[in-house]
Design a protein around this ligand. Structure first.
Ligand SMILES: NC(=O)c1ccc[n+]([C@@H]2O[C@H](COP(=O)([O-])OP(=O)(O)OC[C@H]3O[C@@H](n4cnc5c(N)ncnc54)[C@H](OP(=O)(O)O)[C@@H]3O)[C@@H](O)[C@H]2O)c1
Length: 255
């Protein structure tokens, strides 16, 4: 199946590693042009070098998405550099540790507000596209009530993101802009959250592997393939959806 992504202009936030990088690479493999960002300059530069060496047309800038002015400026620059934005994949998250009010505010900035900021800033570009769409990366943490204590704010913000995306899909339908959510379950990759847990707390890692019906962690590529399909013109009649990619971890009928 042709996803019709050849030449499409895509912004993926947080593409230097993990799910964001796998999503960026999948778009590049489909012939799209990608612009991405991350805070760490060295990690981003290495990721960009490797993606370019594989033949990808990819741009990137080091910045913190919590810096509203820098983030807005970068999205404008990405749109200008690529001559448009057809697709936004808003992926950045940082599982912040804490328990005080500063932690709540920081979590709000990182796991909610910057997503809304990204959508708002990309909107003028998306309105000019012939196949515009937005995908927000949430988490099954949005619906789980047995999260570890330090993931309390993370789950709350991810739940807010799902509601926000649903409302946005209704509002932007008049411009034919599709808005969807991907909610991954536990995803394991070298250097990622679950890799750190595997080393520090193998019992928790194994318990997480038993949570999905499929009995294992997922991979970034498994998330990327579904996310890229959902974002692509091949999925043109799908909007307002929250797609769980969790191996069946959330055991409820998904009406
Ligand atoms: N991994 C999982 O099991 C899992 C499960 C469910 C949902 N998710 C969701 O999937 C998405 C990606 O997760 P991941 O595990 O791939 O995360 P990750 O390994 O921590 O990668 C996050 C990416 O975002 C960048 N980033 C983080 N904070 C940033 C900031 N403030 N400003 C700019 N860039 C920033 C990181 O680079 P720098 O650190 O250099 O900035 C990196 O490129 C997140 O939304 C997460 O909530 C992941």
């Amino acid at each position: 199946m042709d996803l019709n992504l050849e030449g499409k202009k895509v912004v993926v936030t947080g593409g230097s590693r993990g799910l964001g990088r796998a999503i960026a690479e999948q778009f590049l493999a489909e012939g799209a042009e990608v612009s991405t960002c991350a805070r760490g300059e060295a990690g981003l530069a290495q990721a960009l070098d490797e993606m370019r060496a594989a033949g990808g047309k990819v741009h990137g800038a080091a910045l913190d998405v919590r810096d509203a002015a820098a983030f807005r400026t970068w999205i404008d620059q990405a749109g200008a550099e690529m001559n448009g934005i057809d697709i936004l994949v808003s992926n950045v998250s940082t599982r912040l540790q804490g328990a005080d009010e500063a932690w709540w505010r920081n979590s709000f900035e990182t796991d909610f507000l910057q997503h809304a900021r990204a959508a708002e800033q990309a909107l003028p570009f998306l309105k000019k596209s012939d196949a515009p769409s937005i995908v927000f990366i949430s988490s099954i943490a949005a619906v789980l009530t047995n999260l570890p204590p330090d993931e309390l704010a993370y789950g709350v913000m991810k739940a807010g993101l799902v509601n926000y995306a649903g409302q946005l899909s209704a509002r932007l339908s008049r411009d034919a802009i599709r808005v969807n959510v991907v909610s991954p379950g536990p995803i394991h990759f070298e250097g990622g959250t679950w890799d750190a847990i595997r080393q520090a707390n193998p019992k928790l890692f194994e318990a997480a592997a038993r949570l999905p019906q499929l009995g294992r962690h997922g991979t970034p590529k498994e998330v990327a393939k579904s996310a890229v399909f959902l974002a692509s013109p091949a999925s043109s009649y799908t909007t307002g959806v929250n797609l769980r990619i969790d191996g069946g971890a959330v055991k409820t009928a998904n009406f």
